[in-house]
Design a protein around this ligand. Structure first.
Ligand code: PBG
Length: 329
């Protein structure tokens, strides 16, 4: 014991600290969420997400080239759908010439090696702002799954490498996997949002896509009947194991920082890669505090992302991806 063992010896210089460091962030850890809009020459900042933008397809091409030059090689696409194309059943989501389908091709044309993942859920397409079809005050599970499977197929046909269902309907992974297999898309992967909590941290994202649940009498005002209760831990394992049985290649925990106990639980319970989504509200809090001069932006960002990886994340979806990669280089 002491003084034979002095723990501080391993902390005496940055050289020794970096030699024994257990968790090291690399550009290859990151999945970059991207928001896409119709139009030309558009790069508009999202009010509640400082320094984060929606891109029209022409500028999306520039952006993914820049990401590639920074060593970032995977993106997760979301689209902001014009209001007039929204309905209750997500018809526009299946349009082979829709914004998502064109965005997939745009990314692949700009950087053929870029891994393209796509969001699969109805909320950006829903007039009610829900991830599924609304009927008599509730979200219909099985009819929604049929649309989600068609939506995933449409993304696969457009060239997506992975589809990422973020809706939390029961059985959707099975429906999507089955349709992809039937149609010959054996190599199109599924990254399932397996343990997705009904979180208040998604606020800025809903601003970005204008996708918040609407305030109408026969429309549920929140997503608590499908997203998970933040109080639950066992349920996360149940959800995740079922998704793997149904064919998920990568599973996800979302949000990040408040759920690192869940990340560790899942990492230990499964034999597939685990993704963590550090969500919009987590990003916004750091940006806001840094703007006020209350926190050191870069140090807090690095600490949070390191903690997410240390907890067990193989893949980190983060709006900080570009910032952190620039800092690391
Ligand atoms: C919706 C979806 C959400 C996010 C990703 N996909 C929001 C929600 O469930 O309401 C949130 C991402 C973020 O906050 O960064 N299917």
């Amino acid at each position: 014991m002491y003084p034979l063992r002095r723990n501080r010896r391993l902390r005496t210089s940055e050289t020794i600290r970096s030699l024994v460091r257990e968790t090291i962030l690399s550009p290859k850890d990151f999945l970059v969420p991207l928001f896409v809009v119709e139009g030309k020459g558009i790069k508009e900042e999202i009010a509640s997400m400082p320094n984060y933008y929606r891109y029209s397809l022409d500028l999306l091409a520039h952006e993914v080239k820049e990401l590639a030059s920074l060593g970032l090689s995977s993106v997760l696409l979301f689209v902001k759908v014009p209001e007039k194309l929204k309905d209750n059943t997500g018809k526009e989501a299946l349009n082979a010439e829709g914004l998502m389908q064109r965005a997939i091709k745009t990314v692949k044309d700009a950087v053929p090696d870029m891994l393209v993942m796509t969001d699969v859920a109805l909320d950006p397409y829903s007039q009610f702002g829900h991830d599924g079809i609304v009927s008599e005050g509730s979200i219909v599970n099985d009819d929604t799954n049929a649309v989600l499977a068609e939506m995933a197929l449409s993304h696969a046909k457009a060239g997506a490498d992975f589809v990422a269902p973020s809706d939390m309907m029961d059985g959707r992974i099975f429906e999507i996997r089955s349709l992809l297999e039937d149609e010959g898309f054996h190599d199109t992967g599924i990254m399932s949002y397996s343990a997705k909590y009904a979180s208040a941290f998604y606020g800025p994202f809903r601003d970005a896509l204008d996708s918040a649940p609407v305030n109408l009498q026969h429309v549920p005002k929140d997503k608590q009947t499908y997203q998970m209760d933040p109080a639950n831990r066992k349920e996360a394992i149940k959800e995740t194991l079922m998704d793997i049985q149904e064919g998920a290649d990568i599973v996800m925990v979302k949000p990040g920082l408040c759920y690192l106990d869940i990340v560790r639980d899942i990492r230990e319970a499964v034999d597939v890669p685990v993704a963590v989504y550090q969500v919009s509200g987590e990003y916004a809090m750091v940006k806001a505090a840094a703007q006020k001069g209350w926190l050191d932006h870069d140090a807090v960002m690095l600490e949070q992302l390191t903690a997410i990886k240390r907890a067990g994340a193989h893949v980190i979806a983060s709006y900080f991806a570009k910032d952190v990669v620039k800092l690391l280089s």
